[in-house]
Design a protein around this ligand. Sequence first.
Ligand code: HPA
Length: 275
Amino acid sequence: MLKEIREAADFIKSNFSEQPKIGIILGTGLGGLVNEINIEKSIPYEQIPHFPLSTVEGHSGRLIIGKIGGVSIVAMQGRFHFYEGYEMKKVTFPVRVMKVAGIQTLFVSNASGGLNQSFKVGDIMIITDHINMFGTNPLIGPNMNEFGPRFPDMSAAYSKRLIKRALEIGQKNGIELKQGVYVGTFGPTFETPAEYKMFRLLGADAVGMSTVPEVIVAHHAGMEVFGISIITNAGIPGEAKEVEEASHEDVQKVASAAEPMMTKIISELVVDAVK
Ligand code: HPA
């Protein structure tokens, strides 16, 4: 495994004109951030040694190397989901590759269903914490001591420093930002009304099918993490109402509509993050 990670990282590093410190995983419908990147290289995943290939609609599968606001970054356009059938080690492989390639800070974005009743469809939520409901963990198996400890602390997986800066950027630009707990579950079904209710009772504000595995692996490896989520559908719109139907098309549509705001936040935060 380590050998494959190193080979992929070496390949990626050979494409850097300058060492980036920031890695970005572009989630559902957030590919628009790509337009903010001054692209130097765009590498299809199939050209990267040992990289998994992405299959899901709306994810194209390229590693982008370039600059945002003059800051070198590497971005994954297309991620790997557990529901696609990839093992956790594959889902999180690119994060470890980024780490070995010198990335210190990981930005992750996703789409999620809202559970907090004060949230509206289209809201942007900064992830302050997560609940792992994948029923597994990417760190199961022999510990890779090169990356981090056997029993990693998870009390501060999401960088308080970056959350604070993101809130400031939001305020400065008149973009309202919610904060909350993301529960990650395996999917691919959206939740039943009873499941949405259960996740709310567990203390989550939004539910989605990604992010948690990557964040666990990034945090294990000592990377600073910032996560942000677009609320694309209401799991619990109100006590008296039925749960709104969730569809992939609606998720994509709402995510696209929120894109300019997300782009603003992330592109400013990237510049702040390296300060
Ligand atoms: N549940 C799980 N994942 C999601 C949802 C949802 O309601 N919306 C977008 N991704």
